[in-house]
Design a protein around this ligand. Structure first.
Ligand SMILES: [Zn+2]
Length: 241
């Protein structure tokens, strides 16, 4: 698919989504939608590289679209000030050729995985805590996010707010997510490989994710609806935004 005709959705305009959106736009992706319901906070500025001090208090999607437009280029940006919700996720992701998921909590990550899996849309997941980050591109037939993490953690998730995350690590992982998404659009996606970046040792490793036998998402039969309660039971981990 020519990149100028491609449509990408970035879920979460935090530490991962900012560099991913920049890289997609600079690579000539024609339509880049930006989804987030949060506002810019002063504590975001060291790692969420689309925002400046003057953006504090503004909706992230509007500040991000403004910054991306200022770079020039031919991409169109669609700010969507909302959360990914079970009621609307399927309909939303169907409009796109690829989804980049850089959410800061497990329920949203699983919802993005499930909606994309059900809609048959490739999704590139990303996460980062402290000095470590991961990225995984999942195709419609798997291996998928649920092959890696079977379900939303029911126990207390690690307190990622306290754990923190290093700005350069989300920069690397967000750029890697964009690279994987461009691979999807160019028809050369390395689906099912988990990339792990260690920001202390500065190493990047790739590991094949095996398909989980009986995976609830990619091994079928698949659930037809996304039920809200499925995404409320997990403990949220507010880490890598
Ligand atoms: Zn799976």
């Amino acid at each position: 698919m020519p990149r100028k005709n491609a449509r990408a959705l970035v879920v979460g305009l935090g530490g991962l989504g900012c560099p991913a959106a920049i890289a997609l736009a600079r690579a000539g992706v024609g339509h880049v939608a930006l989804l987030d319901d949060d506002e810019v906070d002063p504590s975001n500025l060291h790692r969420q590289i689309l925002y400046r001090e003057g953006d504090v208090g503004a909706p992230k999607v509007l500040a991000a679209a403004r910054a991306l437009e200022a770079f020039g280029g031919s991409s169109r940006f669609e700010p969507i000030r909302a959360r990914l919700l079970p009621e609307t996720a399927l309909e939303l992701v169907r409009r796109f050729d690829v989804v980049i998921e850089g959410a800061d909590n497990f329920p949203t990550k699983f919802l993005a995985a499930d909606a994309c899996g059900l809609a048959g849309v490739p999704v590139v997941h990303g996460a980062a805590v402290r000095w470590y980050g991961t990225a995984l591109a999942a195709g419609p037939s798997g291996p998928c996010y649920r092959c890696l993490f079977e379900d939303i953690p029911e126990d207390e998730a690690p307190n990622c707010d306290e754990a923190g995350v290093m700005g350069p690590v989300v920069g690397v992982v967000g750029a890697l997510q964009a690279s994987l998404a461009l691979g999807v659009l160019d028809g050369q996606a390395p689906f099912g490989r988990l990339f792990t970046f260690d920001g202390k040792a500065d190493t990047l490793r790739a590991l094949a994710v095996p398909k989980r036998p009986g995976c609830a998402l990619c091994a079928g039969p698949r659930p037809r609806a996304l039920a809200r309660e499925d995404y409320l039971k997990g403990a949220a981990c507010r880490a890598p935004s």
